[in-house]
Ligand binder design. Structure first.
Ligand code: SF4
Length: 225
Protein backbone atom coordinates (compact mmCIF):
# COMPACT_ATOMS: atom_id res chain seq x y z
CA UNK A 1 0.00 0.00 0.00
CA UNK A 2 2.81 2.41 0.93
CA UNK A 3 4.42 2.18 -2.50
CA UNK A 4 0.98 2.61 -4.15
CA UNK A 5 0.50 5.82 -2.20
CA UNK A 6 4.01 7.00 -3.11
CA UNK A 7 3.28 6.39 -6.78
CA UNK A 8 -0.07 8.17 -6.44
CA UNK A 9 1.64 11.08 -4.70
CA UNK A 10 4.31 11.35 -7.41
CA UNK A 11 1.69 11.29 -10.17
CA UNK A 12 -0.47 13.96 -8.51
CA UNK A 13 2.59 16.11 -7.77
CA UNK A 14 3.62 16.02 -11.45
CA UNK A 15 0.07 16.80 -12.58
CA UNK A 16 -0.16 19.75 -10.21
CA UNK A 17 3.22 21.06 -11.32
CA UNK A 18 2.10 20.82 -14.93
CA UNK A 19 -1.10 22.74 -14.08
CA UNK A 20 0.95 25.47 -12.41
CA UNK A 21 3.26 25.68 -15.41
CA UNK A 22 0.28 25.91 -17.75
CA UNK A 23 -1.02 28.83 -15.68
CA UNK A 24 2.38 30.55 -15.38
CA UNK A 25 4.58 29.34 -18.27
CA UNK A 26 7.52 31.56 -17.30
CA UNK A 27 7.73 30.04 -13.81
CA UNK A 28 10.22 27.32 -12.93
CA UNK A 29 9.96 24.98 -9.97
CA UNK A 30 12.87 26.62 -8.16
CA UNK A 31 10.85 29.84 -8.05
CA UNK A 32 8.18 28.28 -5.88
CA UNK A 33 8.52 29.15 -2.20
CA UNK A 34 9.20 26.22 0.02
CA UNK A 35 6.79 25.99 2.92
CA UNK A 36 7.53 25.39 6.58
CA UNK A 37 10.60 24.17 8.41
CA UNK A 38 12.04 20.69 8.02
CA UNK A 39 15.10 18.97 9.44
CA UNK A 40 18.61 19.78 8.22
CA UNK A 41 18.53 16.57 6.15
CA UNK A 42 16.04 18.36 3.88
CA UNK A 43 17.97 21.63 3.86
CA UNK A 44 15.72 23.04 6.58
CA UNK A 45 12.76 23.49 4.23
CA UNK A 46 9.79 21.41 3.16
CA UNK A 47 10.74 21.04 -0.48
CA UNK A 48 9.68 18.40 -3.06
CA UNK A 49 11.84 15.74 -1.38
CA UNK A 50 10.28 16.32 2.03
CA UNK A 51 6.82 16.14 0.50
CA UNK A 52 7.62 12.96 -1.43
CA UNK A 53 8.75 11.34 1.84
CA UNK A 54 5.92 12.67 4.02
CA UNK A 55 2.93 13.25 1.74
CA UNK A 56 2.00 9.56 1.23
CA UNK A 57 1.87 9.07 5.02
CA UNK A 58 -0.56 11.98 5.25
CA UNK A 59 -2.85 10.27 2.74
CA UNK A 60 -2.64 7.06 4.75
CA UNK A 61 -3.60 8.95 7.93
CA UNK A 62 -6.63 10.34 6.14
CA UNK A 63 -7.67 6.86 4.96
CA UNK A 64 -7.24 5.49 8.48
CA UNK A 65 -9.16 8.35 10.04
CA UNK A 66 -12.05 7.94 7.59
CA UNK A 67 -12.19 4.22 8.32
CA UNK A 68 -12.24 4.87 12.08
CA UNK A 69 -14.95 7.53 11.75
CA UNK A 70 -17.38 5.74 9.49
CA UNK A 71 -20.25 7.55 11.26
CA UNK A 72 -19.13 10.80 9.65
CA UNK A 73 -20.83 10.84 6.27
CA UNK A 74 -20.03 13.13 3.39
CA UNK A 75 -22.90 15.56 3.01
CA UNK A 76 -24.66 15.66 -0.36
CA UNK A 77 -25.55 19.18 -1.49
CA UNK A 78 -29.16 20.00 -2.45
CA UNK A 79 -28.02 19.92 -6.08
CA UNK A 80 -26.87 16.32 -5.63
CA UNK A 81 -23.09 16.67 -5.36
CA UNK A 82 -20.97 15.05 -2.64
CA UNK A 83 -19.47 17.86 -0.55
CA UNK A 84 -15.84 17.20 -1.48
CA UNK A 85 -13.82 20.21 -2.63
CA UNK A 86 -17.01 22.02 -3.51
CA UNK A 87 -16.66 25.42 -5.14
CA UNK A 88 -19.00 28.18 -4.02
CA UNK A 89 -19.32 31.61 -5.57
CA UNK A 90 -21.46 33.70 -3.28
CA UNK A 91 -22.16 37.32 -2.49
CA UNK A 92 -21.92 38.51 1.08
CA UNK A 93 -24.34 41.24 2.20
CA UNK A 94 -23.23 44.49 0.56
CA UNK A 95 -22.76 42.68 -2.78
CA UNK A 96 -19.27 41.44 -1.94
CA UNK A 97 -18.37 38.49 -4.19
CA UNK A 98 -16.43 35.63 -2.59
CA UNK A 99 -15.16 32.42 -4.17
CA UNK A 100 -14.33 29.48 -1.93
CA UNK A 101 -13.44 25.81 -2.14
CA UNK A 102 -14.52 23.75 0.86
CA UNK A 103 -12.51 20.60 1.53
CA UNK A 104 -15.33 18.58 3.09
CA UNK A 105 -18.78 18.96 4.61
CA UNK A 106 -19.80 16.06 6.84
CA UNK A 107 -23.01 14.93 8.45
CA UNK A 108 -21.96 14.05 11.99
CA UNK A 109 -23.39 11.05 13.84
CA UNK A 110 -25.57 13.59 15.70
CA UNK A 111 -27.13 14.60 12.38
CA UNK A 112 -25.53 18.08 12.51
CA UNK A 113 -23.51 19.46 9.63
CA UNK A 114 -19.81 20.26 10.03
CA UNK A 115 -17.23 21.79 7.70
CA UNK A 116 -13.76 20.32 7.74
CA UNK A 117 -10.59 21.84 6.37
CA UNK A 118 -7.58 19.61 5.79
CA UNK A 119 -4.29 21.12 6.98
CA UNK A 120 -0.86 19.75 6.10
CA UNK A 121 0.94 22.43 8.13
CA UNK A 122 0.35 24.42 11.27
CA UNK A 123 -3.29 24.64 12.40
CA UNK A 124 -4.70 28.19 12.42
CA UNK A 125 -5.29 29.77 15.82
CA UNK A 126 -8.46 31.34 14.54
CA UNK A 127 -11.55 29.78 12.94
CA UNK A 128 -12.59 32.62 10.61
CA UNK A 129 -11.93 30.42 7.56
CA UNK A 130 -14.38 27.80 8.81
CA UNK A 131 -16.89 30.53 9.65
CA UNK A 132 -16.68 31.85 6.11
CA UNK A 133 -17.43 28.36 4.77
CA UNK A 134 -20.47 28.04 7.06
CA UNK A 135 -21.70 31.43 5.88
CA UNK A 136 -21.07 30.49 2.24
CA UNK A 137 -23.12 27.31 2.60
CA UNK A 138 -25.91 29.26 4.29
CA UNK A 139 -26.01 31.82 1.47
CA UNK A 140 -25.72 29.21 -1.30
CA UNK A 141 -28.22 26.66 0.04
CA UNK A 142 -30.28 28.26 2.80
CA UNK A 143 -30.00 28.65 6.56
CA UNK A 144 -31.13 25.07 7.20
CA UNK A 145 -27.82 23.95 5.64
CA UNK A 146 -25.57 26.21 7.67
CA UNK A 147 -23.07 23.96 9.53
CA UNK A 148 -22.92 24.52 13.27
CA UNK A 149 -19.45 23.10 13.69
CA UNK A 150 -16.09 23.38 12.05
CA UNK A 151 -12.92 21.29 12.26
CA UNK A 152 -9.35 21.57 11.12
CA UNK A 153 -8.01 18.12 10.27
CA UNK A 154 -4.29 17.74 10.98
CA UNK A 155 -2.53 15.63 8.33
CA UNK A 156 0.58 15.39 10.50
CA UNK A 157 -1.32 13.80 13.37
CA UNK A 158 -4.20 12.14 11.53
CA UNK A 159 -6.79 13.70 13.82
CA UNK A 160 -9.24 16.54 13.84
CA UNK A 161 -8.81 19.22 16.46
CA UNK A 162 -11.40 20.54 18.87
CA UNK A 163 -14.81 21.21 17.33
CA UNK A 164 -15.33 24.91 16.84
CA UNK A 165 -18.72 26.52 17.12
CA UNK A 166 -19.23 28.71 14.06
CA UNK A 167 -22.30 30.57 15.33
CA UNK A 168 -20.57 33.94 15.73
CA UNK A 169 -19.32 34.08 12.12
CA UNK A 170 -22.56 35.50 10.76
CA UNK A 171 -23.08 36.85 7.24
CA UNK A 172 -23.16 40.50 8.49
CA UNK A 173 -19.88 40.00 10.40
CA UNK A 174 -18.16 38.34 7.44
CA UNK A 175 -19.45 41.13 5.19
CA UNK A 176 -18.02 43.78 7.51
CA UNK A 177 -14.64 42.05 7.68
CA UNK A 178 -14.44 41.67 3.91
CA UNK A 179 -15.65 45.22 3.24
CA UNK A 180 -12.90 46.56 5.51
CA UNK A 181 -10.30 44.34 3.83
CA UNK A 182 -11.45 45.45 0.36
CA UNK A 183 -11.33 49.11 1.41
CA UNK A 184 -7.74 48.63 2.59
CA UNK A 185 -6.72 46.89 -0.64
CA UNK A 186 -8.40 49.53 -2.79
CA UNK A 187 -6.58 52.21 -0.82
CA UNK A 188 -3.26 50.42 -1.43
CA UNK A 189 -2.92 49.57 2.25
CA UNK A 190 -1.18 46.22 2.74
CA UNK A 191 -0.07 46.34 6.35
CA UNK A 192 2.14 43.38 7.23
CA UNK A 193 1.28 41.40 10.34
CA UNK A 194 4.25 39.22 11.22
CA UNK A 195 3.34 36.16 13.27
CA UNK A 196 4.23 32.51 13.80
CA UNK A 197 7.59 32.67 12.05
CA UNK A 198 5.75 33.73 8.92
CA UNK A 199 8.91 34.39 6.94
CA UNK A 200 9.38 30.60 6.84
CA UNK A 201 6.15 29.94 4.96
CA UNK A 202 4.83 33.20 3.52
CA UNK A 203 4.86 33.20 -0.28
CA UNK A 204 5.78 36.90 -0.48
CA UNK A 205 8.27 37.07 2.39
CA UNK A 206 11.11 37.95 -0.01
CA UNK A 207 9.23 41.16 -0.76
CA UNK A 208 8.26 42.01 2.82
CA UNK A 209 10.32 44.62 4.63
CA UNK A 210 9.28 43.73 8.18
CA UNK A 211 10.97 40.33 7.88
CA UNK A 212 13.90 41.87 6.01
CA UNK A 213 12.94 40.30 2.68
CA UNK A 214 15.84 40.25 0.21
CA UNK A 215 13.74 41.82 -2.59
CA UNK A 216 11.69 44.26 -0.48
CA UNK A 217 13.61 47.34 -1.61
CA UNK A 218 11.80 48.92 -4.50
CA UNK A 219 8.52 47.03 -4.12
CA UNK A 220 7.54 47.52 -0.47
CA UNK A 221 7.01 51.19 0.44
CA UNK A 222 7.80 50.32 4.07
CA UNK A 223 11.33 49.33 3.02
CA UNK A 224 12.27 52.96 2.37
CA UNK A 225 11.14 54.22 5.77
S1 SF4 B 1 6.35 37.70 5.73
FE1 SF4 B 1 5.44 39.75 5.75
S2 SF4 B 1 3.78 39.65 4.26
FE2 SF4 B 1 4.32 37.55 4.79
S3 SF4 B 1 2.91 36.99 6.45
FE3 SF4 B 1 4.83 37.75 7.40
S4 SF4 B 1 4.43 39.94 7.72
FE4 SF4 B 1 2.87 39.22 6.28
Amino acid sequence: MASDLSALWARCWDEELKNRKDQSPSYTQDQYSLTGRASAAYGGKKGPEWWADNGPAMIQRWLDWRAENAGWEIWVTPDGNPAIEIELNIKLPGDIPVKMFIDRVFVLPSGQLAVLDIKSGRLPDFDEQLGLYATGLEIAYGSQFRPEWGYFWDANKGTHGTPRSLARWTAPLMSQLYAEAAAGINAGSFLPKPANNCQAWCGVSDYCSVVNGSKAAGVDPLASL
